[in-house]
Design a protein around this ligand. Structure first.
Ligand SMILES: NC(=O)c1ccc[n+]([C@@H]2O[C@H](COP(=O)([O-])OP(=O)(O)OC[C@H]3O[C@@H](n4cnc5c(N)ncnc54)[C@H](OP(=O)(O)O)[C@@H]3O)[C@@H](O)[C@H]2O)c1
Length: 254
């Protein structure tokens, strides 16, 4: 039997965040679901109107966080777990593209996540259920991929930040779980126009993530075969940079 928790999930309107929201709603927890897509959030609410609260906002708006603490407080004073699953992916088609693309990706995938965690902290401190921060990074941060200069850098920054926070939050008894998925079938990857090795279904991915969260793992990297292959290629870097990665790359349009 699970203790009933209060969980706040960003990126709950689609893909991985939505799958996790459904899983935790089905387990009977009180879940605050965030994203921009009001209709998708309302559909989650219909699963358990007493225990699901939509909290809609746009992470790319400069002042998105100003009213957030008060809006959260309308629903709860305590959060036991925050899941930071919101994210965007934009590929760099021109290596000399301007900073705007980098800023858009970093804004949502790094700065907004840090800000949500910062806001969640004051609610997590009230938890009596061993609070937990869960962040969704990416295996893309573990090996450089072509056209992933912005996305990979944003995920690498987020992953490093979470790993550092884990150390700084030990004295506050707040656990940090970093989830690094490979390819998962979601609206985000459905836009990809290249082969995705070891692509997992959303269900498979969410089962792995939920298990890892419940075990309070520091790192949930999956699928294991892809994670290990990337680790090995990192060691054999001349094979990666010399042969495999250039095959995946397109001709540079400088
Ligand atoms: N799918 C994969 O293979 C894969 C692999 C590695 C890592 N990841 C990471 O997993 C996370 C979830 O990705 P996904 O594949 O599930 O993608 P997705 O289906 O596109 O979901 C992305 C979520 O982020 C939210 N979001 C994006 N921009 C936002 C904004 N400006 N303000 C508020 N919410 C925003 C979206 O909500 P709205 O559209 O409603 O705003 C949506 O709920 C991301 O961090 C992604 O980088 C995914």
């Amino acid at each position: 039997m699970h203790s009933k928790k209060t969980i706040w999930i960003t990126g709950a309107s689609s893909g991985i965040g939505q799958g996790l929201a459904q899983a935790f709603i089905e387990q009977g927890h009180f879940v605050i679901v965030s994203g921009r897509n009001r209709q998708a959030l309302s559909e989650l609410e219909t699963m358990a109107p007493q225990r699901v609260r939509p909290l809609e906002f746009d992470l790319s708006e400069q002042d998105f966080s100003l009213a957030l603490p008060a809006r959260l407080r309308e629903h709860t004073d305590t959060i036991d777990m925050v899941i930071l699953a919101a994210g965007v992916c934009e590929y760099v088609d021109r290596p000399n593209c301007g900073l705007d693309l980098y800023r858009r990706v970093m804004e949502v995938n790094f700065f907004a996540q840090v800000e949500c965690a910062r806001i969640a902290l004051s609610f997590l401190r009230n938890s009596e259920l061993r609070p937990q921060i869960v962040g969704v990074g990416s295996l893309a941060a573990h090996l450089p991929f072509p056209r992933a200069e912005a996305y990979g850098a944003s995920k690498a920054a987020f992953e490093y930040w979470l790993d550092s926070m884990r150390i700084d939050l030990v004295s506050a008894n707040i656990d940090v779980t970093l989830v690094s998925p490979g390819f998962v079938d979601t609206p985000l990857t459905q836009l990809n126009d290249f082969d995705m090795p070891t692509l997992l279904s959303l269900d498979e991915a969410c089962q792995i993530i939920v298990k890892g969260i419940e075990k309070r793992k520091r790192h949930v990297r999956f699928p294991r075969r892809l994670s290990w292959s990337l680790g090995l290629l990192r060691m054999l870097e001349s094979l990666w940079y010399g042969i495999l990665a250039p095959r995946m790359s397109r001709n540079s349009k400088l």
